[in-house]
Ligand binder design. Structure first.
Ligand SMILES: [Zn+2]
Length: 287
């Protein structure tokens, strides 16, 4: 199956049909890789916008494209036909730098075809998440493409203007740097029903104590000094994304317990913290 690294440029526009903001794709760039991860073919299509004929200043500055240049482009449907031929009927493993390009692609498919599924794609990998995992970078901090290339000591001089084709080439080069067969295979996901449900899933904080996601054992702590079970001297309360309670031990030690429970697609994620309460913090710290 072909590995295709894809990148998009889009223009933000108010869309009457959907009664809201729409990210209209103005360029699709992609490269196809062989098993050695060399680029064997390139795809680039400038797309004539339909929703808004006017590019925002921000987009013009970023991409260097003018209204006239994109007006000379092809339609989204034509670009998709060409991309289909580029990828072939076998389907591809699609890679994008962060899921933003993926969701914008889905948004455009939904707009033009009433179906957000990206045709001729059967597997997907978020290259940004994968590359960050390979470099052992913190998940919370999302590193931009050019910045990441810099971290790897690669030159990204050609990227002064954001053009989708250049960004997909650079993404493919980064993949080659960080690639490892076992972890790559483990990170690639089939684009089945669950995949699309997962994309739309928004994590939420559990706020109610009687929520089934709250397990009693998550609210139980032991004294760091003597090991005895701590007892809440006030009921647990939800504040600022956490459940909080003052916890005392029969040995005299005082603590504050903080438990954060986040509902993720794969189930609840629990973060627990036990804070020792000193006399000083008792006066100043608001729990
Ligand atoms: Zn104790």
């Amino acid at each position: 199956m072909a590995i295709v690294v894809l990148d998009l440029e889009w223009n933000g526009a108010f869309c009457k049909k959907i009664g809201g903001y729409f990210n209209e794709i103005i360029e699709i760039g992609a490269v196809r890789l062989n098993d050695a991860l060399d680029i064997v073919d390139r795809f680039d299509a400038v797309i004539r916008p339909r929703v808004s004929r006017k590019l925002t200043h921000w987009v013009t500055d970023l991409t260097g494209y003018t209204d006239e240049q994109v007006r000379a482009g092809i339609t989204f449907a034509e670009a998709m036909d060409r991309l289909h031929r580029f990828i072939g009927d076998e389907g591809a493993t699609l890679l994008t730098w962060s899921t933003t390009d993926l969701t914008v692609f889905m948004e455009n498919c939904r707009y033009y075809y009433d179906d957000e599924r990206i045709p001729f794609v059967s597997r997907y990998l978020d290259l940004q998440a994968y590359a960050q995992q390979r470099m052992q970078l913190d998940k919370g901090q999302q590193v931009g493409l050019a910045k990441f290339a810099e971290l790897l000591g690669m030159s990204s001089e050609a990227l002064e203007l954001h053009h989708a084709i250049d960004d997909s080439v650079l993404s493919a080069q980064i993949l080659k740097h960080v690639y490892d067969t076992v972890s790559f295979r483990a990170a690639v996901r089939p684009t089945d029903d669950e995949f699309y449900r997962r994309i739309h899933f928004k994590p939420t904080f559990v706020r109610e104590l009687d929520d089934p996601a709250v397990r009693q054992k998550d609210l139980q702590f032991r004294c760091e000094a003597c090991g005895k079970r701590l007892r809440p001297v006030e009921p647990w309360q939800f504040r600022h994304r956490y459940f909080v309670a003052p916890l005392h031990c029969s040995c005299g030690k005082k603590y504050v317990g903080r438990v954060q429970i986040r509902r993720l697609f794969d189930g609840p994620e629990v973060k627990r913290r036990l804070i020792v309460k000193t006399e000083k913090s008792e006066q100043t710290e608001e729990v």
